[in-house]
Design a protein around this ligand. Structure first.
Ligand SMILES: Cc1ncc(COP(=O)(O)O)c(C=O)c1O
Length: 333
């Protein structure tokens, strides 16, 4: 079967799921011509998922199209999730909830600051019900308690896992893979042999992996870890990809750890801290392309992309692609 007909069949599988229109799609696929000239490597591509709209762009808008539709299908009145004070996910859940007339409830890991900045400030502006918990574990336990108490009070909560990384959310990136696939086909070009994406809670990479497997496309996905290994094991990404395939009715699909690479060397000290390579990548993207990266996610995935572009032999016919997954509000934290 050709890749185009596998794409059409995968799109038909996705159409069976309810979906809210929240993201601006398709996002632009652009050539990074100034970086190409600077590094003497071509072609280099960026998929501008920082421009998905919703509020300030980013990967969560795609996941939430399916997650919020599921919340509505279950006739939820409120959505509950957890994240750090600068969580793009928590912010976008709150934005999407407001758009659809549901109440956002956020359990934020950390202390209530006197002056909120960045995403937490936006969460407050959105009027989200915000609770604070000292650790991730206690935030999740707190979220489950909030879910039970809302349920008892007839508020019909829908709980979204951190990062929206559950099979329904990952469908957004199965669809994103098809969108990017179609964009290359429309240009009459082969898809880049390597694609780089930040690896946080895993839903974005899991969705892309399922999209790649279902279309049998010739490309290798590289997840650039931005969280410590103990917080997200490669096996968890595989499990999520397998469950996403099963949700699509393709339990037969085999995805194994040999189907993707995980780049571990760009996390730095830990999740959330900036790194020297990340700062250099941020400067390079801003000064050469007028594109802003964020210190937590895309500076690290962007650093891996640029470093590999410089040091490894990308196939000169197809080059490499960088998924810009957003997060730029963190520049203002
Ligand atoms: C801006 C940004 N990029 C990348 C990611 C990583 O995506 P995922 O959590 O699906 O691995 C996230 C969320 O965690 C994010 O907010």
């Amino acid at each position: 079967m050709s890749e185009a007909s596998s794409r059409a069949r995968t799109a038909a599988l996705l159409e069976r799921f309810p979906r809210e229109t929240l993201a601006v799609r398709p996002t632009p696929l652009e050539r990074l011509r100034n970086l190409e000239a600077h590094l003497s490597v071509a072609p280099l591509w960026v998929k501008r998922d920082d421009l998905t709209g919703l509020a300030f762009g980013g990967n969560k808008a795609r996941k939430l199209e399916f997650l919020m539709a599921e919340a509505k299908r279950r006739r939820a009145l409120c959505v509950v999730t957890t994240g750090f004070p600068q969580s793009n996910h928590a912010r976008d859940v709150a934005v999407a909830a407001r758009r659809l007339g549901l109440d956002p409830v956020l359990i934020i890991v950390g202390k209530d600051p006197r002056d909120a900045t960045g995403n937490l400030l936006l969460d407050q502006l959105l009027g989200a019900e915000i609770h604070f918990a000292p650790t991730v574990r206690r935030a999740i336990a707190g979220a489950l308690r909030v879910v039970s108490s809302k349920r008892l009070r007839g508020k019909r909560p829908y709980f979204i896992l951190p990062g929206g990384s559950m099979p329904v959310g990952a469908l957004g990136y199965v669809d994103a893979f098809l969108e990017m696939h179609a964009q290359f086909e429309a240009m009459g070009r082969e898809m880049p042999a390597r694609q780089y994406v930040a690896l946080g809670s895993g839903g974005t990479l899991a969705g892309l992996l399922v999209g790649r497997a279902l279309t049998s496309a010739h490309t290798r996905l590289v997840g650039v870890r931005v969280v410590e290994k103990r917080l997200l094991r490669d096996a968890a990404v595989l499990r999520l990809a397998t469950r996403t395939a099963r949700l699509l009715g393709r339990a037969d699909l085999r995805i194994s750890s040999s189907d993707f690479d995980v780049e571990d060397d760009f996390v730095g000290e830990r999740y959330g801290t900036s790194t020297e390579e990340g700062d250099l990548a941020t400067d390079a993207f801003a000064r050469r392309e007028g594109i802003f990266l964020d210190p937590v996610y895309t500076a690290k995935s962007g650093a891996a992309f640029l470093e590999h572009a410089e040091s490894s032999a990308f196939d000169p016919r197809t080059g490499a692609l960088f998924w810009h997954t957003g997060g730029t509000i963190a520049l203002f934290r």
